[in-house]
Ligand binder design. Structure first.
Ligand code: O7M
Length: 214
């Protein structure tokens, strides 16, 4: 994924028509549409190729299993047409490698979660964020997920992550600021509610892109 708008929408709606309508409206504006369990559990993986008509699709399944199960999950996801998948790094090098190996077969990308954006990330995962960056580097992931809600942590993670792309959720509804997040080192911001709950999601996306280009 090469940055253009630097905006990824998190399409966490559960209604199929709403998901397709938003994708149709703003797919041409954003760098990717991220789908997560709310949409996939509601509509099935079959919605991936439909969304792909409008933008690249990132499957945010935070895959966190043994290598064999990770492999099976990644195969199904890439067969459905996703361009990238997100996995957890805390399950270890072998599990992440399984995802990267499948992605390589399909010519797709893997992103590894490091520190998450919510307050609970401080309980456990924050202590290991730098190790998780190392797991992503060691296993050849394309990039990582790091928090827009803690710009100072994002900067530290950026320093550690070298050339890995950074996708950063937490702008808007979780309190993060778009411009600050880029300045702290993110390549892309991931935004959900501030776009799909807006009265005019198209205009909300345009406004965010304007902030990112300032
Ligand atoms: O903008 P929001 O808060 O409505 O949505 C944020 C999206 O990013 C939503 O899909 C979350 O599941 C996801 N996300 C986080 O909010 N925090 C994280 O630490 C990680 C993710 C994520 O995308 O992980 C890959």
């Amino acid at each position: 994924m090469v940055p253009d708008s630097r905006l990824i929408i998190a399409l966490d709606v559960t209604d199929r028509e709403e998901a397709l309508q938003i994708s149709r409206k703003i797919g041409g504006l954003v760098d990717a549409i991220k789908v997560n369990y709310p949409l996939i559990l509601s509509c099935g993986l079959g919605i991936v190729p439909e969304i792909k008509k409008y933008a690249n699709v990132i499957a945010d399944f935070k895959v966190a299993d043994i290598p064999n199960t990770n492999r099976l999950i990644c195969e199904e996801t890439f067969k459905a047409g996703a361009d990238a998948i997100i996995c957890q790094g805390f399950v270890g090098n072998d599990s992440v490698k399984a995802c990267v190996d499948v992605a390589a077969q399909f010519g797709k990308e893997v992103y590894v979660v490091t520190e998450m954006s919510h307050p609970g990330a401080i309980d456990f995962i924050q202590k290991h964020a730098m190790d998780l960056v190392d797991v992503a580097i060691k296993n050849g992931a394309s990039g990582i997920i790091a928090p827009a809600t803690r710009p100072e942590r994002l900067s530290e993670i950026k320093r550690r992550s070298k050339d890995l792309k950074i996708l950063s959720p937490g702008v808007g509804a979780q309190g993060g600021d778009a411009r600050t997040t880029l300045d702290a080192g993110a390549d892309f911001i991931i935004v959900g509610r501030s776009i799909y709950n807006a009265k005019d999601p198209y205009q909300a996306a345009i406004d965010l892109i304007g902030q990112l280009r300032r």
